[in-house]
Structures are given as structure tokens and as C-alpha cells.
Design a protein around this ligand. Sequence first.
Ligand code: BEZ
Ligand code: MG
Length: 551
Amino acid sequence: MQLYEELLEIEERLIPTGLHVLGRPSLDSEKTDLLKMVASFDRPEFGARSLPDVVAESMGLSRQDAKEDIGRIVTSAVRTLIEHGTDSASEFLVRKAGVNGEAVGGMLDLLSRISTSLKTNSELDAVMRALRGEFIEPGPGADIVQNPAILPTGRNTHAINPYGVPSDVAFARAEAVASSLLARYVSEHGRHPQAVGLVLWGLDNIKTQGEGVAQALWLLGVRPVRDGLNRTTDVSAIPLAELNRPRVDVVMTISGIFRDLFSPTVQLLDKAVRLVASLDEPVEMNFVRKHVLEQMQNDECRLDEAATRVFSNAPGNYGTNVNFMVMDSQWDNEETLGDLFVTRKCFAYGRDSQGRSIEGQEARRAMDKALSRVEATYQNIDTFEIGLTDVDHYFEYLGGISKAVEKRAKARPAIFLSDSLSADTKIRSLEETVRLETRAKTLNPKWYEGMLKHGFRGVAEIENHVSNTFGWSATADAVDDWIYSEVANTFVLDDEMLERLRNLNPHSAHSLVRRLLEANGRGYWDTEQTSLDKLREISRSLEDQLEGVGQ
Ligand code: BEZ
Ligand code: MG
């Protein structure tokens, strides 16, 4: 059963197939998976119920046990809707699953609206208008599954009111995620983690209306409090009797974008830590207080240093540079990567005990100390569109902080992720997520053939995925040998595929082979000598080809 469920998880994972081409509306054939995903959630705000739920109910099936049968019916209904409209889809569901037409009406209308707006595309027009300095209609920022109101595309993405963060929905969802995260840690370690390192990004918190922020608040055991103007400007402690577990210390590393967009939220997070540190509670139930008191006593430092937990770049700076260092292969040992993360991110934000703003004061000692207690690191993935291996930012941040912890705590933290997209709140280890991403994307013919349709750029995307996967070896040793072996088998040691790649983009093909050799050279990939010899030979022949191109 476990194997079966894992296979289903890979099969059902929504992946982007191909790149978005500016100005090109979605084809009907590309819409099915997306609409199916939208259809799987209840949408009370649109008077729409989850289609799989309604189908399961009216057929007397369990959504879990009859996943595949239900999935087939929903797929057919969505295809019918795309091809023939809502009436036909409704008739199909009534006939095939015996549903009440009214019970699915709300959802089918929603899907039909989304399907129609995906045909409208004014992106190129909007770009031209922007270049002429003309007005562009604003629209919310999210992905289609989270908020269908982002359609039509080609509008000017606006952020959210930071004083509205976290929203009530985000706070409710975050409770389940924080509980699952702690439960998973407890199941593996037999106790709660004393401190968790979190990565908070700006765009993600716009899209989820602050789920990441809310997760931090839950770990601390506080809830947001709104003032008379309905602005979230304060927090209150959830009583321990209600929380029923210790308050966990959190070390927050926020992106430069988060710092810029969510200034009131930065203050809120810092305030939450200080509030928790000040609570008169037993230290074994309040790890923030425990750590702050210990540090003030042992290091003879002030409360302000001991209670610093919100870190970001120096004002005006962005990013960790860990990604650039890895991509350029310019590093000797992994420790350097974690140290670079701290060098870039060791600037404190919040207010001191006199209420004076600390805007990016360098606080390296405080950050080293805070990281030295971290036992788990975590990041929330906010969208199916961009995951662990699609961009280099996940490993620069979550990988970077984890490597920094490993040196300072003298132990590798447990590294976790979850996606706020799935209806359940499944926590996965980094290794599990890398495997899932690799199977669902990099090694999935549906994914790479979609990329290869884009020719030169598609090969570059495949190479990026391999390099980003490599980033998880460099920062967290989280990549199994089989992953590199299968990448080599699929893209390089298969003559036909290699031929395609080198014709479309010999530069990226060469980088991909070099990256595999680097993975072996740095001890991340153990494989047979014959494969390595073959890779070296291919690398040389690609170099010859590239030199020929250059002449
Ligand atoms: C952010 O939204 O904060 C972010 C975006 C891209 C890379 C890193 C962070
Ligand atoms: Mg290994």
C-alpha cells in the first residue's frame, strides 16, 4: 500500500510541462491537469465544492480508497467541460456518477471561467504599454490554484497589505502544518525540537497571505492580534494549557524582498519572540525563554542580543550568493557555503528593548549563537510552479541555513519542507522532496519532452535542474546516488538523447556533463569507472564541438 501511495503521489503531482511563452494563451490540452487541481479543493468563496468529494459522496466511495476511479471520472468531466462546456460536463457527471447537478454547478462555473480567461492573453500588449509608460490594470499575485482571480495574466501584480498578514485562513492552515512538522520531528527524535530555523520569502507570503509568517507564530505559540483599524500590529501568547506542547524557539532568515515588502510583519515577528522570552513559564515548556536566559547568563550579554531572531541582508542587499558560489564551482569545502550564508544574512531587524528600531545592524555573534541551537530547518513551498530543483534559490536559502547550522550546532539539522498547495499538510524530509521532484520532473519524460519543445532554452532548463539538484548535495548532502546515475543514463549515456541535446544546445549539454563529473569528483556520486570514462569522453567531444562552433 505504501509503495502504491508513493507511486500515486508522483503520478498526481502537478508539474509545469514546458515554459510559459509570453503572449501565448494555454492550449486546451494543457488545461486539464490544472483545472483538475483547482477542482480538487472546496471553494466556499465561489459556492463550489470539491469535485472528487461530490463524486465520492454520490457514488458511496471513499475518496482515499477509490482515488483512481474518482480521478478518472473527474478527468473526463474536466475534458468534457473544456471541449463542450459546462452543461455537457454536468450531464456527464449526473449520468456517470449520479451526482446532483446543482452540487457541481458552482465548481463547473468556476472551472469554465478559468478556462475562458486562460484563452485571453494580453501579456505582449501589456509589455508594450509598460514600455510606453502607460497604465496597466493591476491584479493580485498568486498562482491559479490558490487564487483564480489572478487571471487574465498580463496585469500589474500588486502585493498585499502587510498589515493583513497573516490572514485568518493562513493562520488556520499554518496550525496544521506546524503541528505536522513537530509531530514528524517527535516521531523521529522522541522529543520536540528546541529551535527551528525558518526561511521566509516575500513572494510566497504574498501568495499565501502569510502562511510562512503564521507558521513561525504557531511554533512560538502566539496568535496575531488586530488593532482598532483591523491592522495586525500585536501578538498574544496562546496559554500553555491550550498549546499543549513547549514553545519552540525560531530563527528566521528572511529574504531581502520580504524585508522590503513586509516591514510591519518583520516588527511583528520580532515582537512575538520578545513576548515569548518574557513569559513567566517553566523553561522546559518555553525554549525561547530557556535560550535567552542561558545566553544572558553564560555570555553575559544584553537581552537585545540574546533575543535577536529575525535576520536578513544588510539594508539594500539581497540574496545569499551561495547559489553563485555553487554554480561557479568556486569553493573548497561545504563549510564555506554555510559561512557565506551567515555573512550575507547576519543583519538583525526589529526593535530593541527601548523600542528603538534596529534596521539591519550587523549581528553575527547573535546569529551564530541562535543557529547553534537549531535542530530542524524548514521552508514552506507555496506553488506547484516552482519547486526545489526549478530555481537555485531554495538551496541557497534552505540549503545555506542548514549548512550554517551544521557547523554551529555540530550536527546536521533535520531538514523539512511542505507544500501549501496540497489539501493535506504533508511534511516531507528534504531527501524525500528531492526524490519526489526528481521523479516528477527531471526524470519524467512528460516534463523533459515539454522542455525540449523549447529547443535551446529547454536544454538549459534541464541543465539547470541538474545543477540545482547538485546544489542540494553541496549544501545538504541530500541527493541519492541513483539520482545522478539516472540523470546520466537518461540524458548523457543514451546516444539518441545526447544527440538531441548537443544539436539543440551544446553549451548546456556540456555543462550538464561537467556537473555530473563534479558531483563525482566532490564525492556526492559513487558510480562505476566505465560510466565516468564515458562521461569524460563525451565531455571532451562536446568541448571539441564547442571550439568548432567558436571558430
Ligand atoms: C522572495 O520572494 O522573497 C524571493 C524571491 C526569489 C528568490 C528569493 C526570495
Ligand atoms: Mg551520497
